[in-house]
Design a protein around this ligand. Structure first.
Ligand code: S3P
Length: 186
């Protein structure tokens, strides 16, 4: 087993901000699949990529980035909410590291996911309806893909990070020092 942690979950669950904090908590490097896609596309935003190339091409880009990460050590990876949709990606995520599903209640997710206009899937006529349908169809996929689930509703980012650490330690998947100690063993 490697010490990498892969965060999955719906748009707005806080994968990137919590992932960044988790990385500094345990002394890993933080990576974000959306950011890798943007960098490889020369800085084009996710919205522009969806508009110019379509979702299917975006999914190919996402898979290509995940393939590149297999074998990389010492990372916390935040993924896009749809990264779990294909079987290939699910296999890739699990070979990259321990997969943790970051969940939150739907009101929190909706509020956070629509706060910025960076999420092309929700830039539609009926964002709430689309959100509900997507969330409903994806929950079982997150459930089936993750080795651990952490509920972040009502918790600060710091508390969520500690919940993740506790969940990983409790499951015997990793052992970390107290906050401030970056030692990590698996
Ligand atoms: C998507 C989620 C986004 C981004 C893209 C598609 C999805 O990432 O990858 O807009 O299909 O749920 P976040 O989950 O970080 O918003």
């Amino acid at each position: 087993m490697n010490s990498n942690i892969v965060l999955i979950g719906f748009m707005g669950c806080g994968k990137s901000s919590i992932g960044r904090r988790l990385a500094s908590r345990i002394g890993h490097s933080f990576m974000d699949s959306d950011e890798l896609i943007i960098a490889r596309a020369g800085g084009k935003s996710i919205s522009d990529l969806f508009a110019e190339e379509g979702e299917e091409r975006f999914r190919e880009r996402e898979t290509a980035e995940l393939r590149e990460l297999v074998g990389v050590q010492g990372i916390i990876l935040a993924t896009g909410g749809g990264a779990v949709l294909s079987q290939e990606n699910r296999d890739l995520l699990r070979s990259i590291g321990t997969v943790v599903w970051l969940h939150a209640d739907s009101e929190t997710l909706f509020e956070r996911a629509t706060r910025s206009r960076k999420r092309p899937l929700l830039e539609v006529e009926n964002p709430r309806g689309t959100f509900n349908a997507l969330l409903e169809s994806r929950i079982p996929v997150y459930e089936a893909t993750a080795e651990l689930k952490v509920h972040a509703s009502g918790l600060s980012h710091e508390q969520t990070v500690e919940e993740i650490v506790r969940a990983l330690e409790g499951s015997g998947k990793a052992s970390f020092g107290p906050s401030g100690d970056s030692a990590c063993s698996v």
